[in-house]
Design a protein around this ligand. Sequence first.
Ligand code: PAF
Length: 284
Amino acid sequence: MLTTIADLRSFTASQHRAGKTVGLVPTMGALHSGHLSLVRESNKRCGTTVVSIFVNPAQFAPNEDFQRYPRTLENDLLLLQKDGCTPNGKTEVFVPEISEMYPRGFDTSVHTGSISQVLEGRSRPAHFQGVATVVLKLFLASQADTAFFGQKDYQQVCVIRRITADLNVPLEIVMCPIIREPDGLAMSSRNRYLTAAQRQQAVVLSQSLQLAETMLRSGTADSAAVQKAVTEKIQTAPEAVIDYVSIADPITLQELPAVESEAVILLAVRFGTTRLLDNLHYVL
Ligand code: PAF
C-alpha cells in the first residue's frame, strides 16, 4: 500500500520503465461492485492499476456527511484481493493521509465552469471545485495514462472531462456503466445510510428511468411530458423528495426542450438525509 505522493510517482515510473501503462481508479473507499467493475476495466485495458482511496474533505460542504462517510479500509483491501482484481499482482493501492494531499499552507483550487453550476452544482455549490482539485492532484501524482469513473456520477465525469481537455492533461477518461443491485438500485456507498423502508422505496429511481426510456422509444419527444411522468413515478415513494429531474444534452448538460436522438436523464432524490443519484443515457 502506497501512502505518499513520492512513492506513488516512483511506482508509476517503474511501471512505465517496464513498458506498462497505468490505469487510475479514484475512489473514496467503502468499495462495492461498482468500484470493482472500474478496477476490472482498468486491469483489462492497462498493465497496472492504481486504486486511490481518499475521503476528500474539499468536496463536502460543512453540513454534509464528511465525518460519517463510511471508512472501511480493511474490507476495501480484502475486496480488492478477493474479487480477483489482482490476478497478476496488477493492482496497487494509494491511501494518503489528509496532510499528504493538503499539507499545511495548501491554498489552491481548480475553478470549474458552467458545467459544474447546474444540477448537483445548484445544491452543492463548492462540490465540483473540491472534486476537480483532488482529481487533478491524483492525475498529476499518479502520472496515470487512463482514469476510470462510474457513470452513476454522470455530471462528475463531464466536469472531469472538461478540466482534462481544458488543461491539456495527457490522460484518457473512461466512463464505465452503472452497476445495479438486482432490483435496479444504482450501487452507491451512500445506500447504506437508507432505512429498510427507504431502501425498498428507492427502487423508484431506476423504474422511473425505465419509464422515461419506454416513452422516448415509443415516440414521445417532449421533455416536459417525460419529466412529468418520471416525477409522478418517483412521487409514488412516500419518503422521496425530488431535487431534480433533468433531461439534458449528454455533453453540455443543458436542458433539452425535446429529445431528438440523444439525451441524458438525470435524477437526484432525497430519502430522509440521504441523497441518491441515478441517470440514463438515451440514444435512439
Ligand atoms: O466519485 C468519487 O468517489 C469522488 O468524487 C472522487 C472522484 C474519488 C474524488 O474524490
